[in-house]
Design a protein around this ligand. Structure first.
Ligand SMILES: [Zn+2]
Length: 338
């Protein structure tokens, strides 16, 4: 299975990581990053705190809990102010390997609706929902009817990767929100789920969703128009978050590189260099908040620029943040792919 620890934080020392491994994307779906903000996970966001202590009766509004940032953004866009929307995973904390808190259980116990990304991403939910014992809870799976990607481009892999592959992520890659077209589907699923749970506000949910979907459509056009100039542009990421985006706009997220925590051997570097030659890689993408020392030295060896692509797993809680971050990603891709 994939292990991104060394790259994601440089903080958690978890033993020996695989050597440089350019692996098939199908194997890279596990998203097993550690949490760079782990020290902060116990701090609830202001919204979460407020929400946990606000029973339904007080506001009279439908209480909706969402799992993590993109799902919060989409849900908030659809509800506007007619529902109380909370987020379980604080916006500065990553969803992968998130550990639920007692406040999370309380929030779900008093909620009318729970919205999740689905596709196996929110592993913490299963027990949390069970412990909340809320028989009236409506669950919305934002990825309902989205066909997950499992395989894209084969590259180089180590024996270890091969062994570990089979028991990983039967549900496919969960990062569908990074494709504006699939994001539209998620917003639609959330809208329909909210209407079913709270029909009194149907007209408002429809109007808000329509406005947000319109923005997603123009974002999609912008991506299309910009990236059609650089077809098959190939990039390497260290977090397998962009296969849907790549597929949509005819880019190639060829590989996810794993490098050892402590040092690169000459062989490791040579393997990466060979792959870069073989696949005509244009860029290496890291993510905001990642310790880049190893990646910087690797990128120098490979004579590639190291840039930042945002998976939106953390960030601001304004629904417009999605567009801001995605437009920044588009600019990064445009520059890198030239
Ligand atoms: Zn991820």
């Amino acid at each position: 299975m994939m292990n991104y620890r060394g790259l994601r934080t440089g903080r958690q020392r978890s033993g020996i990581l695989p050597i440089i491994a350019l692996v098939m994307l199908s194997m890279a779906t596990s998203c097993n990053q550690s949490n760079p903000n782990q020290g902060r996970t116990s701090e609830q966001s202001p919204q979460a705190q407020e929400a946990a202590s606000t029973p339904i009766a007080q506001s009279g509004k439908t209480k909706v809990v969402t799992t993590f940032l993109p799902i919060y953004l989409f849900t908030k866009a659809v509800t506007g102010n007619v529902a109380d929307v909370e987020i379980l995973v604080p916006p500065g904390t990553e969803v992968h390997e998130y550990q639920a808190t007692p406040e999370n259980v309380k929030a779900i116990a008093t909620a009318n609706v729970l919205v999740k990304n689905g596709l196996g991403l929110e592993e913490f939910l299963e027990n949390t929902v069970k412990n909340a014992q809320n028989s009236k809870l409506t669950e919305i799976d934002a990825s309902k009817s989205i066909k997950p990607l499992n395989e894209i481009s084969p590259v180089v892999k180590t024996d270890k990767e091969e062994e570990d592959h089979d028991h990983e992520h039967a549900q496919g890659n969960p990062h569908v929100w990074l494709d504006p077209v699939l994001a539209k589907q998620q917003v639609t699923n959330i809208r329909d789920g909210l209407i079913a749970a709270d029909p009194a506000n149907k007209a408002i949910y429809e109007a808000n969703a329509a406005a947000y979907i319109k923005e997603l459509e123009s974002l999609n056009s912008e991506f299309q128009q910009t990236l059609q100039k650089t077809p098959s542009c190939t990039f390497i990421t260290f977090h397998d978050a962009f296969p849907y985006l790549a597929k949509r706009y005819n880019l190639k997220q060829v590989a996810v590189v794993q490098i050892p925590e402590d040092q690169l051997s000459p062989t490791d570097v040579q393997n990466a260099v060979n792959a870069v030659k073989q696949y005509n890689v244009k860029a290496l993408f890291s993510e905001p908040g990642v310790d880049n020392k190893l990646l910087t030295s690797l990128s120098k060896d490979l004579k590639l620029t190291l840039q930042t692509l945002d998976s939106l797993e953390t960030g601001e809680t304004d629904p417009q943040h999605y567009f801001k971050a995605m437009k920044a990603n588009l600019q990064t891709l445009e520059t890198a792919c030239k």
